[in-house]
Design a protein around this ligand. Structure first.
Ligand code: PLP
Length: 377
């Protein structure tokens, strides 16, 4: 059997081992440390943002973002229904209520028009949402101008879940720095990894310092252990940050590779009727994962047929996110729907997009895909 081809496996650049060795030799085997501080600096420099705190997951970063924005028990927080559960779980950690909003057809991200309708309706029902979470799905920047206009009109802060979008750009500005506070993930499947990690960025120093304090068990700056509030053990380890420093040196290369993988899929599959998440004049996607929609005229279930055909060759592919409003864990919460997310879930497929994917293997995937579609279209 062929070696398994994964959707988006980690891809080391070579410098990581040296950075980890440095950390070990200096005995910085601790949560936080000089590598963590340097990693934070690399993030702010890369994104041209002001402040950053590194944490141990993207989910932790979203949780801290909601806390510093003052989200409390009973508050409502808007979140796209078409996303990964990591985007909305932190809303529930706070005892707050997620309000799900459907996807916009071009970007597949939060629908600005439906967002406004949802806000109006929540206000009518007696409660203005406390925050809006926007996700740049598969690396594609959301319609930020429209979303920011709505957020501004109702004075609601925007949390940008850029977990999948490091390196993506909107109107010349980096994803994650377009809202009030942004988060990244450095989980093993993301464009660069620390094996597990995340970060919070903002130009609001108070928020980032507050998040840093809470991430270290909320210890006050006194010689003994003194706590004014509940804290969290969310710090990024110095060893993980060392991996991240090594990974940063290959980020631009990874970006080029991800985009090339996308372009190859697109140029060979578009003529067969497959549809893609398209960029527009405002957006530049890191193409973290190439996702396709089945041809308009294809029979239902083609994506599952293709998935099974690829699986038969030991190649991993996966349906797009199952919408949150269809999840047993979340289906009791309010949702504002157009059917777009459900359509994406039913008709989509994420294709292997690891930057270590060889051209030969990508050709095998494309061939299998076209062959499978040919029998059923
Ligand atoms: C990966 C991911 C997260 C969570 O990040 P972790 O580091 O795995 O906690 C959140 N939101 C989205 C959209 C993600 O893809």
């Amino acid at each position: 059997m062929r070696k398994r081809i994964f959707l988006s496996p980690p891809h080391l650049g070579g410098e990581e081992i040296k950075e980890v060795q440095k950390a070990i030799q200096s005995n910085w085997i601790a949560p936080a440390g000089p590598a963590t501080a340097l990693f934070e600096k690399k993030i702010t420099e890369y994104n041209q943002t002001d402040y950053c705190v590194a944490v141990n997951s993207g989910t932790a970063a979203i949780h801290l973002a909601l806390i510093v924005l003052g989200v409390e028990k009973g508050d409502e927080v808007i979140c796209p229904t078409f996303t990964f559960a990591g985007s909305c779980n932190p809303i529930l950690y706070q005892g707050a209520v997620p309000v799900f909003v459907d996807a916009e057809k071009e970007s597949w991200c939060l629908d600005p028009q439906l967002l406004e309708e949802a806000i109006e309706d929540r206000i009518r029902l007696g409660k203005k949402p406390r925050a809006i979470i926007v996700v740049h799905l598969f690396g594609m920047p959301a319609c930020m101008n429209e979303i920011r206009n709505v957020a501004k009109k109702y004075t609601i802060p925007v949390v940008e879940d850029a977990a999948e979008a490091l390196g993506s750009v909107y109107e010349g500005q980096h994803a994650g720095t377009l809202g009030d506070i942004g988060i990244y993930s450095f989980n093993g499947n993301k464009i660069i990894t620390t094996s597990g990690g995340g970060a919070l960025v903002s130009c609001n120093k108070d928020w980032i310092e507050r998040a840093r304090y809470l991430s270290g068990q909320a210890r006050s700056a006194v010689p003994y252990y003194h706590h004014e509030t509940t804290g969290y053990n969310y710090q990024l380890s110095n060893i993980s940050a060392s991996i991240g420093i090594g990974q940063f040196s290959v980020l631009n290369e990874r970006l080029k590779q991800k985009r090339k993988i996308f372009e190859t899929y697109q140029s060979e599959l578009k003529t067969h009727g497959f549809l893609f998440q398209e960029e527009n004049s405002n957006t530049f996607s890191n193409r973290w994962i190439t996702s396709i929609l089945m041809p308009v005229k294809s029979k239902n279930g083609l994506n599952e047929k293709i998935r099974l055909a690829l699986e038969g060759q030991n190649i991993e592919s996966r349906p797009l996110w199952k919408p949150m409003h269809l999840q047993p864990a979340f289906n009791q919460y309010p949702s504002y729907l157009s059917g777009a997310a459900e359509h994406l879930f039913i008709n989509g497929l994420c294709l292997p997009s690891g930057t270590s994917l060889s051209e030969e293997d990508q050709e095998i995937i494309i061939k299998k895909l076209i062959e499978t579609a040919g029998y059923t279209a």
